[in-house]
Each structure stands twice: as C-alpha cells, then as structure tokens.
Design a protein around this ligand. Sequence first.
Ligand code: COA
Length: 147
Amino acid sequence: MNSITIGPYSDKAHRAEVVALWEIVFGYEAAHNKPALVIDKKVSFGDALFFVALVGDVVIGTVMAGYDGHRGWIYSVAVSPAHRRQGVGAQLVRFAERVLTSKGCVKVNLQIVEENKGVTAFYGVLGYAVEKRVSMGKRFHENIDTA
Ligand SMILES: CC(C)(COP(=O)(O)OP(=O)(O)OC[C@H]1O[C@@H](n2cnc3c(N)ncnc32)[C@H](O)[C@@H]1OP(=O)(O)O)[C@@H](O)C(=O)NCCC(=O)NCCS
C-alpha cells in the first residue's frame, strides 16, 4: 500500500473528508454525534488531540483522544473501507496512545457500542481488555444544536 502518515487534524484541510468518512463509517443519527458538532467542539476545545491518517493528502482514517489528568480516552477510530486490514487502524490507536503516554496518562479507556462489539477483536490485538463496567451517559441538550 502507499505509505501513510498520521498527523494533526486541520479544519481547513481535512474537515470535509472527515465528515464524509464518519458519515460512511459511523452513520450516527443522534444530534450530539453529528460530525460537524463533534469537530467544532473538539477544535474549539484546543487540546490538539485529534489526528488523521493520510495517503498523500487524502484522509483515510481518524482518531480522537482526550486526557483529563486521570484517564485517557480514545474515540472516533475510523478507517475508510478501502484501506482496512492494512494496519492503519492499529497505527492510529498506537499514535494516540503515544500522545497520551507523553502527557503522563496511566490508563486509557474506550467505549464500543453494543451493536459493534465485534470490534473488540481489533482492540484485543492492541492489548485492550473488556472490563466489567456499566457505562452511563447523559446528554446536555442546551449544548446540542438540533437545527
Ligand atoms: C475497527 C477499524 C478501525 C480497524 O481498522 P483497520 O485498519 O482495518 O485495522 P488493522 O488493519 O490495523 O487491524 C489490526 C488487527 O486487528 C484485527 N482486526 C481488525 N479488524 C478486524 C475485524 N473487523 N474483525 C476481527 N479482527 C479485526 C486483526 O487481527 C488485524 O490484523 P490482521 O489484519 O493482520 O489480521 C475499522 O474496521 C473501522 O473503521 N471500523 C468501523 C469503525 C469502528 O468500528 N471503529 C471503532 C469504534 S469503537
């Protein structure tokens, strides 16, 4: 395959391609997961923990991370269907892990939606284990633009 590079997300250079990729890969319907909202929130937060995989200047993958001083999180791991099973997803996760460990992070977590639990095999290869947790969440509708 062509060599890939992983680097910071640029709103100017990558936005349209990331939105298109996420619409294909995730197809989220819920307003709080709309790509434009997710991207705008992450960019304005300014933690620089959003990365893209590129072949040339074409976006073929994404990973987003978060670190709050206690746990690291990995989100939005996506590889375009045409580039799967070539190690890109693993490179994205390992890249995010290196950034998190460089910040002193001692543990990283991620969530997988129930319907997608087959992806545990991918994370298992990368050293992740299923943990006995019940994940709970709550939406703040005042911060979700439903227009
Ligand atoms: C999950 C995903 C990111 C994997 O990306 P990828 O680039 O194909 O993964 P890699 O090539 O790095 O895979 C590394 C290893 O993980 C395992 N693996 C990857 N995809 C797998 C799958 N669908 N089923 C089982 N094992 C898988 C394999 O052992 C693979 O090594 P191999 O190809 O030598 O057998 C990609 O399939 C994707 O974008 N899926 C849709 C989005 C998604 O589910 N993201 C995760 C949200 S929590």
